[in-house]
Design a protein around this ligand. Structure first.
Ligand code: FES
Ligand code: FES
Length: 158
């Protein structure tokens, strides 16, 4: 079936079976930052933004994304939000191995968009399911808090 979407700012038509996972379809369309991991919606390796919300693309059937706005990490890295998140991660001493960078970055992005400052416990609850391999949970939460602080400082300046 033909599925019109906006992928990384471009209006395109995806050619896919309705029940094919969005992860597979994005691979076929050259989005190399969408990684295949657990295929169960847990690890975060395949995370994308679907209509500005992080989702595990391995759990999304391509047939339901008609007219959606899809952003993958390879495009998101050009944004100011990404630079802010990575600055926060660096301040916390986080060195991502690459396996689930998309899950960690897009989770941080979603938390940064919350209307009021989340508590440390709320941030922990949000990210605790992500693969901890290269970053322990406490350090990841520190990185997200630093990113929020950097973002708040930038907004005060503008
Ligand atoms: S591959 Fe999709 S969440 Fe792990
Ligand atoms: S980036 Fe996820 S385990 Fe390293």
């Amino acid at each position: 079936m033909k599925i019109p979407v906006t992928l990384n700012g471009n209006k395109i038509i995806l050619d896919a079976h309705a029940d094919e996972t969005l992860m597979k379809v994005l691979h076929k369309n050259g989005c190399t930052s969408v990684k295949s991991g657990c295929s169960g919606g847990f690890c975060g390796a395949c995370t994308i933004l679907l209509d500005d919300r992080p989702v595990a693309s391995c759990k999304i059937p391509a047939g339901i994304v008609r007219n959606s706005d899809i952003v993958t990490l390879d495009y998101f890295v050009k944004t100011e939000e990404y630079i802010t998140i990575i600055s926060g991660f660096q301040k916390a001493g986080i060195k991502l191995c690459g396996y689930c960078t998309a899950g960690k970055v897009f989770s941080a992005y979603q938390i940064m968009k919350m209307p009021k400052m989340p508590t440390r416990q709320e941030i922990t609850d949000y990210v605790k399911a992500l693969s901890p391999c290269c970053t322990d949970l406490e350090t990841l939460v520190n990185g997200i808090i630093y990113a929020i602080q950097i973002s708040n400082k930038r907004q005060k300046r503008t």
